[in-house]
Design a binder for this molecule. Structure first.
Ligand SMILES: N[C@@H](Cc1ccccc1)C(=O)O
Length: 503
């Protein structure tokens, strides 16, 4: 039979002890408790030892008990004073008793028969009795019990019950009762046989160190065996937030498709870039095509260079040189300066076009956007959009539909794509696209169109720009297998640890 070093050592000790309290066995082996318990359980499973367990009642000394053990029980202190002085007043007892101890003392002394109580000049006076005089050198059961308790701290109830009812120790608040498991280990006959046949006790090594290898010592030592099938605790190493993983994956796809990423330093935008540069008229219902938030402080940001602002103003007011009549109103720069949390990622496309682009060129942005809504399992007030555009001399509406289709297939894993006419102030024509997903059915995917000249020309672009915006959070829900959109930002540790992205 194969035994570990610990098992052998425990068995050898048991051979001498036959039967031992677990604590004693621990002491004998010099190992730690856990190691001995493990060894005993193994020995038991091999039929070499038996572990007996029983619950025993114990009494443990209290704080007060410890104090009394040191300075004496109150009645003992009172008796000492009585014997010294023959008779004492209640007031005099205060020399040796606390306020609390004073109250019940007369009752206790009388019950013990150690004192007589009289009234002298309207005051209570205690006088020592014969019994009291002899009691001073005698030990009552409670004194003995207290002594034992103070010595051991914890005593089996059975042992104390021989002296005094436990109830009494409890009511005097010097001891409290509890139960404790008592373990005893006994060697079996088979264990005796094996232990008798001489066990070779060789220390086992559980870690192979460079020293062991260098010295060649590894040849001689015995290695501890590991059970590699034993279940282990799961570890959760740090990792990216699941939704972040999803967004990074989309970013990667787009970069692989040759798109250049547009980024923004801030979530805050001027209305100029969110609306005006996109040819959305001020004070016009089109401005409300989506509700937006406003920044309270600071309220205003700054506009880009004057020349560009002038062109945007001209485009709004009368169409500038685009041939359009514009919106026909007086454009207000103050309104364009108002700050707001970005309401769509298309604001980044406008900024990029204003800064200048490669022609031909492809650009995208993954942007957190904000719109007031009622939170529920499919609506958030902040979510993410993937926006992008392609600029090229020869682009037509057909190219746009082709690119969008490829997108829906590559990014959303859609099988079919559907286009419906739509309206956006900044595109003409405009479409709304839906993608057919096997599990989700038709999913509204986003909007797209060809940017209007009234928008692109003031930004300095003279070639067609096809653009789109995709809401990707519903797709994220699907890929992450969740049915509540709020989970995308959840702190639920279990979800964060276990969420898997199915791509
Ligand atoms: N910005 C639009 C989508 C869009 C982008 C680009 C062109 C057309 C439409 C939205 O948030 O819904």
């Amino acid at each position: 039979m194969e035994l570990s070093y610990q098992e052998k050592l425990t068995l050898i000790k048991l051979r001498d002890l036959k039967k031992a309290k677990f604590e004693d066995l621990v002491k004998e082996t010099g190992l730690d408790q856990v190691a001995v318990m493990r060894a005993v359980l193994w020995l038991q499973s091999k039929g070499l030892a038996k572990l007996h367990e029983r619950q025993k009642r114990i009494v443990r000394i209290t704080e007060l008990g410890r104090k009394y053990a040191k300075i004496g029980l109150p009645e003992r202190r009172a008796l000492k004073l009585l014997v010294e002085r023959g008779k004492v007043s209640l007031d005099e007892l205060k020399e040796v008793l606390s306020e609390d101890e004073l109250k019940p003392i007369v009752g206790i002394l009388r019950r013990e028969g150690w004192a007589n109580v009289r009234k002298e000049d309207g005051k209570l006076v205690l006088e020592v009795t014969e019994k009291g005089r002899t009691a001073i050198s005698e030990e009552r059961p409670i004194d003995k019990a207290l002594k034992i308790l103070a010595e051991k701290g914890e005593v089996e109830a059975k042992e104390l019950e021989k002296l005094i009812p436990i109830k009494e120790l409890k009511s005097r608040k010097i001891g409290e009762e509890d139960t404790k498991a008592e373990r005893e280990v006994e060697i079996t006959e088979e264990g005796m046989k094996l232990a008798g046949s001489g066990l070779e006790l060789k220390e086992e090594v559980s870690v192979l160190t460079p020293e062991l290898i260098k010295s060649g010592e590894w040849r001689k030592v015995e290695f501890k065996r590991f059970n590699i099938q034993a279940p282990v605790r799961r570890v959760y190493p740090g990792k990216k937030q699941p939704y972040r993983v999803f967004l990074d994956k989309i970013r990667r796809k787009l970069i692989e498709m040759g798109f250049i990423e547009m980024t923004a330093e801030s979530l805050i935008e001027t209305q100029f870039w969110n609306f005006d540069a996109l040819f959305q008229p001020q004070n016009h219902p089109a401005r409300d095509w989506t509700d937006t938030y406003q920044l309270k402080y600071p309220k205003y940001g700054s506009l880009p260079d004057e020349e560009l602002v002038e062109k945007v103003r001209a485009s709004h007011e009368h169409g500038w040189t685009t041939g359009s009549r514009g919106w026909g109103y007086k454009w207000d720069p103050r309104m364009a300066m108002l700050l707001m949390p970005r309401a769509h990622a298309t604001a980044l496309s406008a900024r990029q076009l204003g800064e200048g682009v490669q022609i031909p060129g492809k650009y995208f942005a993954i942007q957190r956007v904000f719109r007031p809504d009622v939170l529920d399992r499919t609506h958030l007030i902040e979510f993410n959009q993937v926006d992008g555009f392609v600029v090229d001399e020869s682009l037509t509406f057909k190219h746009l539909l082709g690119i969008l289709k490829r997108f829906a297939v590559e990014i959303a894993g859609a099988k079919k794509v559907k286009f419906l006419p739509d309206y956006y102030p900044f595109t003409e024509p405009s479409v709304q696209m839906s993608a057919y997903h096997e599990e989700l059915g038709w999913v509204e995917f986003g909007g797209a169109g060809i940017f209007r000249e009234e928008m692109t020309k003031p930004l300095g672009i003279d070639v067609p720009v096809i653009a789109w915006g995709i809401g990707i959070d519903r797709l994220a829900m699907f890929k992450l297998g969740i049915d509540d959109i709020r989970y995308l930002f959840s702190y639920d540790l279990k979800w964060l640890r276990e969420a898997k992205l199915i791509w």
